[in-house]
Design a protein around this ligand. Sequence first.
Ligand code: RIB
Ligand code: CA
Length: 313
Amino acid sequence: MPQSRRIIIDTDPGQDDAVAILLALGSAELEIVGITAVAGNVPLKLTEKNARKICELAGRPDVKVYAGAIRPLARELVTAEEVHGKTGLNGPQLPEPKMKLQDEYAVDFIVETLMSEESGTITLCALGPLTNVALALIREPKIAPRIKEIVLMGGGFFEGGNVTPTAEFNIYVDPHAADVVFKSGIPIVMMPLDVTHKALTTAKRTKAFRKLGTRVGTATADMLEFFERFDEEKYGTDGGPLHDPCVIAYLLKPKLFKGRKCNVSVETASELTMGMTVIDWWGVTKRPKNAMVMRDIDHDAFFELLLERLGRL
Ligand code: RIB
Ligand code: CA
């Protein structure tokens, strides 16, 4: 077995974040060095608690969970209880976590880890607003060349936005943080709505999780059944897009995805298009190609991978 890939998961659980964390925990190819919670889908006190609930659900109370930014860099926090429920993890009844939250501030953990671990060995998996990642880059710019890669779920272009007509939630909540990250020069793999909207949790796929007959399988089916209803009503689809697990699936099976390197620039001035990720897919500008932007996914293989790995927990 090749040496496992060392990752930090930055997250705002969120049912889809939860499934992404479970996918990582069910995959021996990955070593989770730490989980850093950020305010996003719900306030920080809930996202950090939800991250711990998911680790305990997977039988992994040893994973270190840290709390990070309580709000975006400049704008007021916008949350998404209408999608994720009041707790942020509505669906299953998960017990209050017993594992403790780490004392260290998540941003300090990210900086300290990147400065002390061998350069180029840590991948950041960003599943929520990019506030923690941007704060770490601002606090210690020396970490930028030491980060192997940032794989993030966020943005959208051909698909438009899911919070405004032009902006996706993670980028909309903290466009200034996203601007810092996309201008950092760090290798970025981007999973925008253009690809995550092709990964739908159909009823058949959700049933397959329940058929696992395990605590994780049942809880996952309960989470998806709650989470998908918002997008089903909005888009009239069978199931909702399973956004965040695309980030972890990329690390496990990159060939599931297709895209191209292009420039991504973030709108931080106009209120009309605030948080829009302007993706120069056809290369009509001279702007640097700062991200590998994914647009296609083998969604059947994606869900097969998810089922197989969650079945291991
Ligand atoms: O727009 C989808 C993204 O916003 C996902 O990461 C979801 O968890 C929410 O954070
Ligand atoms: Ca998320």
